[in-house]
Design a protein around this ligand. Structure first.
Ligand code: SAM
Length: 448
């Protein structure tokens, strides 16, 4: 990238910020260097060979030597890893250093699409914790839902609400993450379009919107709850200035984190800055707070409107999933499965929010048989005795392209297809053909 493309108006405003070095900053943007990192899914372990070294602040994060074609890696579609920018993984430190993650927590990821932070949070919280993963833009909420399903989550609710919609959930969450929409300068190195779209006016608009979002969601945090605020903007107006505004506006304590000097992260007193000339990652700002007012408990009683499944349906479903404390609920003809311990909360949230996905969508029971959904194949609750067919690489790609698949197997009926033992989805094997049930909306459109 040409240095001349970097908005001079931006670099001028950064001159007094801790850690900014104009020459080094311009050099790193001119270098054209692209850093690729992935975060592994602890629920779907596999032998990751191409990784080089750990992202220093994340247990599951790894750098890759080069950017492979993720589209043509079946394990990417199996949800074994998420391609995520390394600086963003610092969220892990904020969680680990401020919360007891072994406890059941209620977590809100307010600006969650496409799901980088939500899938990360899911890997860090306990199974009896609940994550509400929200995205205000409907089309992006659907992408978020697909990524939550792919990650194999059971204790996640995907919602499509404006931040205002959370004000009424007073004192409900132990942790709220606001990864705010911002002017995006931190991603200039990988996204030239963001450079042309950058303006001082937009920074101002973003900063006002960030304040609105934080004010809207604030009541939903319980007393002593943790709020994590982050942006991928370098502008002080969206970072330290927002922190100062919050300290004035809310009853809040700033929570400092421990950072190792060799990580290259800069502590500005108001938060942590990631400068691409100081570490292997893009621009990020992150700050952590603890709420000092409000209540520690919330009342989640509500009217019971949920339709449960009948005994016969439970018998059918039970053959497909691992035994545990689970409840099954119906939405029209489709059946969802929820962790038993979270059922009251999920019921409450269904009444309060625009929920577009919850727990695991299992499928439909038709004539005493389950027609399984893709989400069940991706989940970790699937029972192993359901037949499996292992595919080789070529077959796996054909399957993911939703093309006609030839497989030699004596088995019939619904089978889980796997690649390197990782589930990819369903096929239904009939007498003389194999029906490919990979979802049309997810299929690989490109040819290799
Ligand atoms: N946390 C995500 C991740 O790690 O994958 C990235 C989130 S991105 C920085 C900010 C998100 O905020 C976008 O998905 C955007 O659609 C959403 N957004 C835009 N306007 C918003 C608003 N007014 N209130 C809340 N979210 C908004």
């Amino acid at each position: 990238m040409l240095i001349s493309l970097l908005p001079q108006k931006l670099t001028e405003t950064l001159l007094n910020i801790n850690g900014f070095d104009k020459e080094a900053f311009e050099k790193v943007h001119a270098s054209g260097e692209q850093i690729t990192s992935i975060r592994l899914n602890p629920s779907k372990p596999f032998n990751a060979q191409d990784t080089t070294y750990n992202v220093p602040w994340s247990q599951y994060g790894f750098y890759l030597n080069e950017r492979p074609s993720f589209t043509f890696d079946p394990l990417f579609h199996a949800g074994c890893y998420y391609v995520q920018e390394a600086s963003s993984m610092f969220l892990e430190q904020a969680l680990k250093q401020t919360l007891d993650l072994s406890k059941p927590l209620k977590v809100l990821d307010l600006c969650a699409a496409p799901g980088g932070k939500s899938t990360h949070i899911h890997s860090l919280i306990s199974d009896d914790s609940l994550l509400v993963s929200n995205e205000v833009i409907r089309s992006r909420a659907n992408i978020l839902k697909d990524n939550i399903i792919k990650w194999g989550c059971e204790n996640v609710v995907v919602t499509n609400n404006d931040p205002k919609g959370f004000s009424k959930l007073e004192n409900y969450f132990d942790l709220i993450v606001v990864d705010a929409p911002c002017s995006g300068s931190g991603l200039f190195r990988r996204d030239n379009e963001a450079i042309t779209e950058w303006s001082e006016e937009n920074v101002e608009l973003c900063s006002q919107r960030q304040q609105r979002i934080l004010a809207d969601v604030w009541p939903a945090l319980k007393k002593n709850g943790i709020l994590i605020y982050s942006t991928c903007s370098y502008s002080k107006e969206e970072d330290e200035d927002i922190v100062n505004w919050m300290m004035k506006e809310f009853a809040i304590d700033y929570s400092p984190l421990t950072i190792h000097p060799e990580w290259g992260i800069v502590d500005t007193g108001g938060g942590y800055r990631f400068w691409p000339h100081k570490l292997n990652g893009e621009g990020l700002f992150l700050s952590v707070f603890q709420k000092k007012d409000g209540e520690e408990e919330t009342d989640i009683r509500g009217k019971n409107k949920i339709e449960r499944v009948n005994k016969k349906e439970i018998e059918v479903i039970n053959k497909w999933i691992k035994k545990d404390n689970r409840v099954f609920v119906k939405n029209g003809e489709t059946i969802y499965c929820w962790p038993g311990k979270l059922a009251n909360d999920l019921e409450f949230l269904l009444q309060q929010l625009h929920v577009i996905y919850s727990g695991v969508l299992l499928g439909e029971v038709v004539r005493e048989k389950l027609i399984p959904e893709h989400s069940l194949a991706m989940s970790t609750i699937l029972n192993d005795p359901v037949g499996r067919v292992e595919l080789n690489y070529e077959q796996a790609i054909i399957y993911l392209q939703r093309k006609d698949l030839q497989i030699e197997t004596g088995s019939k009926g619904w089978q889980l297809v796997t690649y390197k033992d990782q589930p990819l989805g369903w096929v239904n094997i009939l007498l003389n053909r194999v029906n490919n049930y990979y979802p049309k909306s997810l299929r690989i459109l490109k040819d290799r």
